[in-house]
Design a protein around this ligand. Sequence first.
Ligand code: SF4
Ligand code: SF4
Length: 188
Amino acid sequence: MITIKKKKAGRALKDAVEELSGVDLSVCYQCKKCSSGCAVAKMATTRPSEIMRLLHLGAGDELLSKDLVWMCVSCETCSARCPMGIDVVAVIDALRRLALERGAPKPEGNVPLFNRAFLKTVETFGRSYEIGMIAAYKLGTGKLMNDTEKFPTMLAKGKIALLPPRGADRQTVKRIFRKSRQSRGANA
Ligand code: SF4
Ligand code: SF4
Protein backbone atom coordinates (compact mmCIF):
# COMPACT_ATOMS: atom_id res chain seq x y z
CA MET A 1 0.00 0.00 0.00
CA ILE A 2 1.21 3.52 -0.79
CA THR A 3 0.51 6.31 1.68
CA ILE A 4 0.58 9.75 0.13
CA LYS A 5 1.74 12.35 2.65
CA LYS A 6 0.48 15.82 2.06
CA LYS A 7 3.91 17.45 1.97
CA LYS A 8 5.16 14.83 -0.53
CA ALA A 9 2.24 15.04 -2.89
CA GLY A 10 3.32 16.54 -6.16
CA ARG A 11 2.66 16.71 -9.86
CA ALA A 12 6.01 15.50 -11.23
CA LEU A 13 5.06 11.87 -11.94
CA LYS A 14 1.49 12.74 -12.93
CA ASP A 15 2.72 15.31 -15.43
CA ALA A 16 5.31 12.95 -16.91
CA VAL A 17 2.72 10.17 -17.30
CA GLU A 18 0.18 12.51 -18.87
CA GLU A 19 2.77 13.77 -21.31
CA LEU A 20 3.97 10.29 -22.33
CA SER A 21 0.54 8.65 -22.51
CA GLY A 22 -1.52 11.56 -23.78
CA VAL A 23 -4.09 10.75 -21.07
CA ASP A 24 -5.84 13.36 -18.94
CA LEU A 25 -5.89 11.60 -15.56
CA SER A 26 -8.47 13.97 -14.10
CA VAL A 27 -11.16 12.46 -16.35
CA CYS A 28 -11.17 9.17 -14.39
CA TYR A 29 -14.15 9.00 -12.03
CA GLN A 30 -13.16 5.73 -10.35
CA CYS A 31 -15.89 3.45 -11.65
CA LYS A 32 -13.34 0.60 -11.48
CA LYS A 33 -14.47 -1.07 -14.70
CA CYS A 34 -10.85 -1.21 -15.82
CA SER A 35 -9.93 -3.22 -12.71
CA SER A 36 -12.84 -5.64 -12.96
CA GLY A 37 -11.66 -6.80 -16.39
CA CYS A 38 -7.92 -6.76 -15.75
CA ALA A 39 -6.24 -10.05 -16.64
CA VAL A 40 -3.68 -9.85 -13.85
CA ALA A 41 -5.40 -7.80 -11.14
CA LYS A 42 -6.03 -10.84 -8.95
CA MET A 43 -2.33 -11.64 -8.86
CA ALA A 44 -1.08 -8.08 -8.43
CA THR A 45 -1.14 -5.99 -5.27
CA THR A 46 -2.53 -2.96 -7.11
CA ARG A 47 -5.33 -2.54 -9.65
CA PRO A 48 -5.43 -0.26 -12.68
CA SER A 49 -8.08 2.00 -11.13
CA GLU A 50 -5.90 2.38 -8.01
CA ILE A 51 -2.95 3.35 -10.18
CA MET A 52 -5.14 6.01 -11.82
CA ARG A 53 -6.28 7.31 -8.44
CA LEU A 54 -2.82 7.36 -6.87
CA LEU A 55 -1.37 9.19 -9.84
CA HIS A 56 -4.13 11.74 -9.71
CA LEU A 57 -3.53 12.27 -5.99
CA GLY A 58 0.13 13.01 -6.64
CA ALA A 59 1.91 9.76 -5.80
CA GLY A 60 5.66 9.85 -6.31
CA ASP A 61 8.16 7.48 -7.90
CA GLU A 62 7.31 4.72 -5.42
CA LEU A 63 4.42 4.00 -7.77
CA LEU A 64 6.97 2.92 -10.40
CA SER A 65 7.80 -0.14 -8.32
CA LYS A 66 4.25 -1.49 -8.11
CA ASP A 67 4.03 -5.03 -9.46
CA LEU A 68 1.14 -4.23 -11.84
CA VAL A 69 3.49 -2.00 -13.82
CA TRP A 70 5.54 -5.12 -14.63
CA MET A 71 2.79 -7.73 -14.67
CA CYS A 72 0.54 -5.93 -17.15
CA VAL A 73 0.28 -8.04 -20.31
CA SER A 74 -1.03 -5.17 -22.46
CA CYS A 75 -4.27 -7.00 -23.21
CA GLU A 76 -5.97 -3.57 -23.46
CA THR A 77 -9.13 -4.76 -21.69
CA CYS A 78 -8.89 -1.84 -19.28
CA SER A 79 -8.80 0.68 -22.12
CA ALA A 80 -11.66 -1.04 -23.96
CA ARG A 81 -13.86 -1.07 -20.83
CA CYS A 82 -13.31 2.48 -19.69
CA PRO A 83 -16.55 4.44 -20.16
CA MET A 84 -14.51 7.64 -20.40
CA GLY A 85 -12.38 6.30 -23.23
CA ILE A 86 -9.21 6.56 -21.14
CA ASP A 87 -6.27 4.67 -22.60
CA VAL A 88 -5.37 3.01 -19.30
CA VAL A 89 -2.78 0.71 -20.85
CA ALA A 90 -0.95 3.77 -22.21
CA VAL A 91 -0.70 4.97 -18.60
CA ILE A 92 0.79 1.62 -17.50
CA ASP A 93 3.19 1.69 -20.46
CA ALA A 94 4.28 5.19 -19.49
CA LEU A 95 4.92 4.07 -15.91
CA ARG A 96 7.02 1.12 -17.12
CA ARG A 97 9.05 3.39 -19.35
CA LEU A 98 9.59 5.90 -16.54
CA ALA A 99 10.55 3.06 -14.18
CA LEU A 100 13.33 2.06 -16.58
CA GLU A 101 14.46 5.62 -17.23
CA ARG A 102 14.57 6.52 -13.55
CA GLY A 103 16.07 3.22 -12.39
CA ALA A 104 13.17 2.55 -10.03
CA PRO A 105 13.61 -0.50 -7.79
CA LYS A 106 11.93 -3.52 -9.35
CA PRO A 107 9.17 -5.29 -7.38
CA GLU A 108 10.11 -8.51 -5.63
CA GLY A 109 9.62 -11.73 -7.55
CA ASN A 110 10.36 -12.77 -11.11
CA VAL A 111 8.09 -10.43 -13.05
CA PRO A 112 10.93 -8.18 -14.36
CA LEU A 113 12.92 -11.31 -15.29
CA PHE A 114 9.93 -12.65 -17.25
CA ASN A 115 9.61 -9.27 -18.95
CA ARG A 116 13.26 -9.29 -20.01
CA ALA A 117 13.05 -12.89 -21.25
CA PHE A 118 10.01 -12.02 -23.36
CA LEU A 119 11.60 -8.92 -24.89
CA LYS A 120 14.87 -10.74 -25.58
CA THR A 121 13.10 -13.43 -27.61
CA VAL A 122 11.11 -10.83 -29.56
CA GLU A 123 14.35 -8.97 -30.31
CA THR A 124 16.13 -12.17 -31.35
CA PHE A 125 13.39 -13.86 -33.38
CA GLY A 126 11.28 -10.92 -34.48
CA ARG A 127 8.23 -12.36 -32.71
CA SER A 128 7.35 -14.05 -29.48
CA TYR A 129 8.94 -17.53 -29.22
CA GLU A 130 7.63 -19.33 -26.17
CA ILE A 131 10.30 -22.01 -25.79
CA GLY A 132 13.10 -19.47 -26.10
CA MET A 133 11.38 -17.29 -23.54
CA ILE A 134 10.77 -20.17 -21.13
CA ALA A 135 14.42 -21.25 -21.40
CA ALA A 136 15.71 -17.71 -20.71
CA TYR A 137 13.27 -17.31 -17.81
CA LYS A 138 14.13 -20.63 -16.22
CA LEU A 139 17.84 -20.02 -16.53
CA GLY A 140 17.28 -16.72 -14.74
CA THR A 141 15.31 -18.29 -11.89
CA GLY A 142 17.61 -21.30 -11.61
CA LYS A 143 14.52 -23.52 -11.33
CA LEU A 144 14.94 -25.45 -14.54
CA MET A 145 12.58 -28.30 -13.72
CA ASN A 146 9.60 -26.31 -12.38
CA ASP A 147 6.34 -26.91 -14.31
CA THR A 148 8.02 -29.18 -16.87
CA GLU A 149 5.20 -31.73 -16.47
CA LYS A 150 2.93 -29.35 -18.40
CA PHE A 151 5.27 -29.17 -21.37
CA PRO A 152 4.13 -32.34 -23.30
CA THR A 153 0.44 -31.38 -23.01
CA MET A 154 1.07 -27.84 -24.25
CA LEU A 155 3.14 -29.19 -27.11
CA ALA A 156 0.49 -31.78 -28.05
CA LYS A 157 -2.25 -29.13 -28.04
CA GLY A 158 -0.19 -26.80 -30.22
CA LYS A 159 0.01 -24.15 -27.48
CA ILE A 160 3.75 -23.84 -27.99
CA ALA A 161 5.90 -24.52 -31.03
CA LEU A 162 9.29 -26.23 -30.99
CA LEU A 163 10.78 -24.08 -33.74
CA PRO A 164 11.12 -20.29 -33.77
CA PRO A 165 8.48 -18.35 -35.75
CA ARG A 166 9.09 -17.79 -39.44
CA GLY A 167 8.33 -14.79 -41.57
CA ALA A 168 9.17 -12.11 -39.04
CA ASP A 169 11.20 -9.13 -40.22
CA ARG A 170 13.96 -9.66 -37.70
CA GLN A 171 16.19 -6.87 -38.91
CA THR A 172 13.41 -4.29 -38.58
CA VAL A 173 12.54 -5.51 -35.10
CA LYS A 174 16.20 -5.38 -34.05
CA ARG A 175 16.39 -1.83 -35.40
CA ILE A 176 13.34 -0.84 -33.33
CA PHE A 177 14.97 -2.23 -30.19
CA ARG A 178 18.22 -0.42 -30.99
CA LYS A 179 16.44 2.89 -31.49
CA SER A 180 14.48 2.40 -28.30
CA ARG A 181 17.72 1.90 -26.36
CA GLN A 182 19.31 4.93 -27.97
CA SER A 183 16.34 7.10 -27.06
CA ARG A 184 16.63 5.93 -23.45
CA GLY A 185 20.39 6.40 -23.42
CA ALA A 186 20.85 2.76 -22.39
CA ASN A 187 23.95 0.79 -23.25
CA ALA A 188 22.57 -2.73 -23.47
S1 SF4 B 1 -12.62 2.45 -16.15
FE1 SF4 B 1 -11.87 4.50 -16.69
S2 SF4 B 1 -13.08 5.92 -15.43
FE2 SF4 B 1 -13.36 3.86 -14.58
S3 SF4 B 1 -11.78 3.71 -12.97
FE3 SF4 B 1 -10.88 2.85 -14.83
S4 SF4 B 1 -9.81 4.56 -15.80
FE4 SF4 B 1 -11.21 5.44 -14.29
S1 SF4 C 1 -3.68 -3.97 -20.28
FE1 SF4 C 1 -2.64 -4.47 -18.37
S2 SF4 C 1 -3.68 -3.23 -16.80
FE2 SF4 C 1 -5.02 -3.27 -18.61
S3 SF4 C 1 -6.43 -4.99 -18.26
FE3 SF4 C 1 -4.70 -5.80 -19.46
S4 SF4 C 1 -3.26 -6.58 -17.93
FE4 SF4 C 1 -4.70 -5.23 -16.83
